[in-house]
Design a protein around this ligand. Sequence first.
Ligand code: PLP
Length: 444
Amino acid sequence: MSHVFHRMPRQAYPVAVGGEGAYVLDADGKRYLDASGGAAVSCLGHSHAGVIAAIKAQLDALPFAHTSFFTTPAAEALADLLAESAPPGLDHVYFVSGGSEAIEAALKLARQYFVERGEPQRRRFIARRQSYHGNTLGALAVGGNLGRRTLFEPLLIDVEHVSPCYAYRDQQAGETAQAYGERLARELDATIERLGAETVIGFVAETVSGATLGAVPAVPGYFQRLREVCDRHGILLILDEVMCGMGRTGTLFACEQEGMVPDIVTVAKGLGAGYQPIGAMIASSKVYEAILAGSGFFHHGHTYVGHAAACAGALAVQRAIAEENLLARVRELGAGLASRLRQVFQHHEHVGDIRGRGLFWGLEFVADKAAKLPFDPALRLHARIKANAMHEGLMCYPSGGTLDGRAGDHVLLAPPYILEEPQLDEIVEKLGRAVDRSIAEIRG
Ligand code: PLP
């Protein structure tokens, strides 16, 4: 019996013992091509010598210094690098240990911003259905995945949910992408009016939806229209780039491709690439200066904020992304992955949609392609695909079930940026076999 409290205690897990580039090795010597970076984490693969050396050097010098007493060269250099690379104005970096913590920090900073400005009546957030922002209670509250929320509903803060930007399902026949984006902006606008803008703190969204829908980019212009709505009502725009940030979509921040700048952005996964647990909330000068001019104290904190070894690891990861020219590689490999996915799956009778950006791609599976009819959630197609892919020696990230009352089966691909071209073929070949075997299983 294992004494590890596994999330799914009835499931048997292979034992991971090694990593070689894009592959994870288990105790039986089986190799798994990590086509999802775990959950869009391992962007440098599993054996980057430079990152490992940087962490070892930091551990030799000083593993940890509590931030109530000290700052460290690693935290300062990493914050400088992020502030220099982030869209203009986003230049104050608060380090945490992961994505949910980054969202919690963003929610609390946004609330404090308005209290400092003498607007304590602002107490609620607006977010999107079918979204995922993490598993702590605040993050769960802004998240719009009913499957994860329902059990904890009585414990959650007041959040209003609006439609996601999900063109495959919600853009109407004959409606242009621009008109669709404008319709969604009007929905947000009407929601703010209904709630009373003076009660709203901010709007929270993933720049590219990840964990629930499998890489859905917004239609062009959507985020610009949302920015205008938020500005008109004086509410903050918080973008969650925990999954899609740090180069995953081909630019360091996914919002660089949206022609607008949020007030707060959160990042995690690709920040430390799995070599260390680390996330960050990056706040604009506008928000930061309100704290500085007010109480001068952010009412938040964790023991491991700005952990020295975590910052040193993330600094090495981000330097590697720059020095190894990996953003260009993400765009190039991403185009190769997209064309292979289309080649293999576009005409597949059960693949309804293939969407993504950079090295962040999602497939949506349907029982009937013309009607876009999902499979019965009880069949758990997405989970079968994951299991069959593991059998093939491939990691892909599933999502599905009933997401906010809507059924769907999705698979997310988010392979490491250091991938070699032939591994793109390996991904689509293995995934193709896993999909076909899973569909054969449910047909009996
Ligand atoms: N936000 C987004 C968009 C995510 O995809 C995730 C995790 O998948 C989180 C937040 C939560 O991050 P973590 O699991 O590191 O707490």
